[in-house]
Design a protein. Structure first.
Length: 61
């Protein structure tokens, strides 16, 4: 690795499994939020906004 040793160290310690699980969790919750907002979105034709996504999260939890 020709670059600075700190950068190489960070690259080698990149948490692939953790990131994978995080992505799974994000997908799971956003899917739940989409279920809760699906009627609203179907009627008004708007995509899920961050506010609507957070509202969906509140209902999902």
């Amino acid at each position: 690795c020709p670059h600075i040793s700190a950068v190489c160290g960070l690259k080698s310690l990149r948490p692939f499994p953790y990131r994978h699980h995080l992505q799974e969790a994000i997908t799971y919750f956003s899917n739940k939020a989409n279920l809760f907002n699906s009627d609203y979105d179907a009627i008004d034709g708007y995509p899920v906004t961050p506010r609507a996504w957070m509202m969906g999260m509140e209902y999902a939890i």
